[in-house]
Design a protein around this ligand. Structure first.
Ligand code: ADP
Ligand code: ZN
Length: 614
C-alpha cells in the first residue's frame, strides 16, 4: 500500500522489536505520515495497535519521542514492555527516586533514549521544558487524548495545558491518540489541542471479538455470578458499579462466593488503590469490582469480560469501558444488567443537566442512545457502530440479539393502558403502584386515594407484574413517559405520550428474555467472526500451556513486571499449539521479536521439550 522508502525500515522494526510480520490496519499510514513530519489524530479501537503508531516513528526519527500518558502505572507497563523488547525507553514521573531520575536525564542528554514517557503535569514544568530544550524532539504523542475534553468522562485538567505545545515546541510533529469514538468529544479534543490541521485517521471501530449482551436486571448479583462461573471461570474481568458502596458490597459478596474479587474506587486509600491495580495487572484471573474511577489506560490484554451492574450514562462511556475486554483479540464478553431503575436514573440526569442548550441537546442524544441500545431489537453491534458513524451491512452474529433473537410484540394497547393509568391516578406514582392498579390489587393506600375506582383499575390482567414493569421500563426508555427521580413525583405524561394515547402511534415492545438455563455457552463459531482465530488447546497442549503460564508468572515476579509484559497469552498459546522444536520455528510465532527470542528462546524450547529444570 505504501511504497515510501521508509516503509521497509518500519516493517523491519515491527518484526525485530515486536515480533509481528504485518501491520494492523492504519498503522503503516499513520507511521508514514508521522515520518513525513505531519500532525495526526488517530482514532483506533482499543487493541487496534495505537502504541506502535508513535513508537516506531520515534525510533526512526532523530531525537527523542515524547509520550504524554495520563497514568503512572500505564507508563511503567509500556516502558517495561518496550525495554523487554529491546527498545530504548524511559519514563519521568513522580514515582522515580532522585538517583533514577538523574540516570533518566543522563541517558536522554547523551542521546540514548528513543522514547520518553512523561506525565502531562510534569511535561509543562520549567525544569522539564528546559531539559527538552537541550535535546532534539522527534515527535510528541498524546495518548488517551480525549482526556483534554470536558465533554468526555475521563477529563483531566492537566491535559488542557497541552494546548501550549505548538508554541513551546514549534515544528515538532504532534499526534493525538484515542479510542474514543464519540463525535462531540473528538471535535472538542481537536480544537483544544490545536490540531485543526492534523490529518485524521479513523480506524474500523468494531471490536469483533467482543460478545455484547444486555440482560434485564433480576437478581442481578446471582446472574453475574452464574455468568462468571459458566462463561469465564478463572479468568480476569472488571465489574462496574455506580457507587462506592455497591462496589464494596459486590466485591465482598463475590469474594464470599469464592471468587477472587477486589474493590476499587476513589474513596479508597491511595495505597490500597495502587495495590489493587498492581495485583490486577500482575496476577492471573482476578476480578476487579470498580466505579468509573478504574480503567483509564488499563492495557491489560487478557481481561476476558467487562460487566456492568449499573448502566453507564452514554454509549461512549459504555464502549470505552467494555473496550477494556479482549485487547488481545481473543473472545471476550461485555455483559450488562439493566432495569427500570437504570432507565429512570438516566432520564433524571437529562432533566437536571440544563447547563446550556447545546450541552443539554448533546446530553439528551447521549442518554437516548444508551437506552435505545439496551432496548434494541436489532443487532447490537450495528446499533453501536452506527452511533459512532460507521456501519455494518449484516448483523454480526456475535451479540445476544443475533444469537438468541428478540421477540417483539405490539405493545400499543398495553402502552395506552399504562399511560392512561398514569393520567387517571394523577401523575404522581411509580411503576410498582401503577402496576397494582392495572392488576387490580387494591391496597390500603390505593383505597385511600380512591384509585380502586378509576377506570384503569384491574384492566391489565393480560400481563403479570414483570410484564408491566417491562412495559414501564420501555416507555421510559423510549421517552413516552417522563420521570423525575429527585422530586420522587413518579411518572408523568409528556408531549410524546399523546399520539400513543390517541392511537396515532404504534408502540412495538420487546419481550424480555427469560434468564438462561445454566450451561456453558459453546464458543463454536465465534472464531469465524473474531479478529483472531481462537486457539483451542486440549490434552498435552493444555498441559504445556499451563507449564508456560507458570514459568511466565515466575519470570514476571522475578522481573517485577506484569506477566503480559513477558509474553501475551496469544503468543504462549501459539507456542503450546505449535510446539516449535527450533529457534527458527519459534521465530515464526507472532509476538516473539529478536530480543525476546534471545532472552527466552532456549527456555521456551526446553519447556516445550518437557525438560524439568529450565
Ligand atoms: P491500543 O493502544 O490501540 O489499545 P496496543 O498498542 O496496546 O493497542 O496494541 C494492542 C495489541 O496489538 C498489543 O498486544 C500489540 O502487541 C498488538 N499489536 C500491535 N501491532 C501489531 C501488529 N502489527 N500485528 C499484530 N499485533 C500487533
Ligand atoms: Zn449482532
Amino acid at each position: 500500500m505504501n511504497d515510501a522508502p521508509d516503509s521497509p525500515r518500519a516493517q523491519g522494526i515491527l518484526h525485530r522489536v515486536y515480533g509481528y510480520t504485518d501491520f494492523l490496519p492504519l498503522q503503516e499510514e499513520v507511521i508514514s505520515h508521522m515520518l513525513s513530519g505531519g500532525d495526526a489524530i488517530a482514532v483506533m479501537p482499543t487493541g487496534g495497535g495505537k502504541s506502535a503508531c508513535f513508537q516506531i516513528p520515534a525510533m526512526m526519527r532523530p531525537g527523542v519521542g515524547v509520550v504524554v500518558s495520563p497514568l503512572i502505572a500505564l507508563m511503567q507497563d509500556q516502558v517495561s514492555a518496550l525495554v523487554q523488547a529491546g527498545a530504548r525507553a524511559d519514563f519521568l514521573n513522580s514515582s522515580l527516586g532522585l538517583g533514577e531520575e538523574r540516570r533518566v536525564r543522563e541517558r536522554l542528554l547523551s542521546g540514548e533514549t528513543d522514547l520518553l514517557y512523561v506525565a502531562p503535569e510534569r511535561l509543562m514544568t520549567p525544569g522539564c521544558l528546559e531539559l527538552f530544550s537541550r535535546v532534539s524532539v522527534a515527535l510528541i504523542a498524546m495518548d488517551e487524548a480525549h482526556c483534554v475534553s470536558q465533554w468526555g468522562h475521563d477529563f483531566r485538567p492537566e491535559y488542557l495545558r497541552l494546548a501550549e505545545l505548538p508554541e513551546r515546541f514549534p515544528g515538532v510533529p504532534r499526534m493525538a491518540l484515542t479510542a474514543t469514538a464519540d463525535p462531540f468529544t473528538r471535535k472538542d479534543m481537536k480544537e483544544r489541542l490545536g490540531l485543526g490541521q492534523a490529518r485524521e485517521f479513523v480506524g474500523d471501530l468494531d471490536r469483533k471479538n467482543i460478545f455484547y449482551q444486555v440482560v434485564v436486571k433480576d437478581r442481578a448479583r446471582e446472574r453475574l455470578f452464574s455468568f462468571i462461573q459458566d462463561e469465564h471461570p478463572g479468568q480476569s474481568g472488571i465489574v462496574y458499579c455506580m457507587t462506592r458502596k455497591k462496589v464494596d458490597q459486590t466485591a465482598a459478596w463475590l469474594a464470599g462466593k469464592g471468587l477472587p474479587a477486589m474493590g476499587y474506587h476513589a474513596g479508597m486509600d491511595a495505597r490500597d488503590r495502587q495495590e489493587a491495580q498492581r495485583r490486577f495487572r500482575h496476577e492471573d484471573g482476578l476480578i476487579m469490582v470498580a466505579t468509573v474511577a478504574f480503567g483509564l489506560g488499563i492495557d491489560k490484554p487478557d481481561v476476558r469480560f467487562v460487566a456492568h451492574l449499573d448502566l453507564p450514562h452514554s454509549l461512549e462511556q459504555y464502549y470505552q469501558e467494555t473496550g477494556r475486554a479482549g485487547r488481545d483479540g481473543l473472545p471476550a464478553t461485555a455483559w450488562t444488567a439493566y432495569s427500570l431503575g437504570d432507565a429512570v436514573a438516566v432520564r433524571t440526569l437529562q432533566d437536571r443537566s440544563q447547563v446550556d442548550e447545546a450541552f443539554r441537546l448533546v446530553q439528551k442524544r447521549r442518554l437516548d442512545s444508551i437506552l435505545g441500545y439496551c432496548e434494541t431489537s436489532r443487532c447490537r453491534r450495528q446499533v453501536l457502530l452506527e452511533h459512532f458513524g460507521q456501519s455494518l451491512s449484516e448483523p454480526c452474529g456475535n451479540c445476544d440479539v443475533c444469537r438468541d433473537g428478540v421477540r417483539s410484540w405490539d405493545g400499543t394497547v398495553a402502552a395506552q393502558k399504562a399511560l392512561s393509568c398514569v393520567y387517571r391516578t394523577g401523575q404522581m406514582f411509580g411503576a410498582a403502584y401503577l402496576t397494582d392498579v392495572l392488576l387490580g390489587n387494591s391496597t390500603e393506600r390505593m383505597v385511600r386515594f380512591g384509585h380502586d375506582k378509576v377506570s384503569t383499575f384491574g384492566i391489565g390482567e393480560e400481563l403479570d407484574r414483570k410484564g408491566w414493569m417491562s412495559v414501564f421500563r420501555q416507555l421510559v426508555a423510549a421517552g413516552y413517559l417522563k420521570v423525575d427521580l429527585e422530586s420522587k413525583a413518579g411518572f408523568s405524561l409528556c408531549e410524546e405520550s399523546w399520539p400513543v394515547l390517541r392511537g396515532e402511534k404504534k408502540v412495538p415492545l420487546r419481550e424480555d428474555p427469560a434468564p438462561p438455563v445454566r450451561q456453558r455457552r459453546t464458543r463454536t463459531g465465534i472464531g469465524s467472526v473474531a479478529s483472531e482465530p481462537h486457539v483451542v488447546l486440549e490434552g498435552p497442549a493444555q498441559e504445556l500451556w499451563e507449564r508456560l503460564r507458570t514459568w511466565r508468572r515466575e519470570t514476571a515476579v522475578e522481573k517485577e513486571v506484569p506477566p503480559y509484559v513477558i509474553f501475551h497469552d496469544r503468543t504462549l498459546k501459539e507456542v503450546a499449539a505449535r510446539r516449535p522444536a527450533s529457534l527458527l520455528e519459534l521465530a515464526e510465532i507472532p509476538g516473539l521479536g529478536e530480543k525476546k527470542l534471545a532472552l527466552y528462546g532456549r527456555t521456551l524450547l526446553a519447556l516445550v521439550a518437557g525438560e524439568e529444570d529450565v
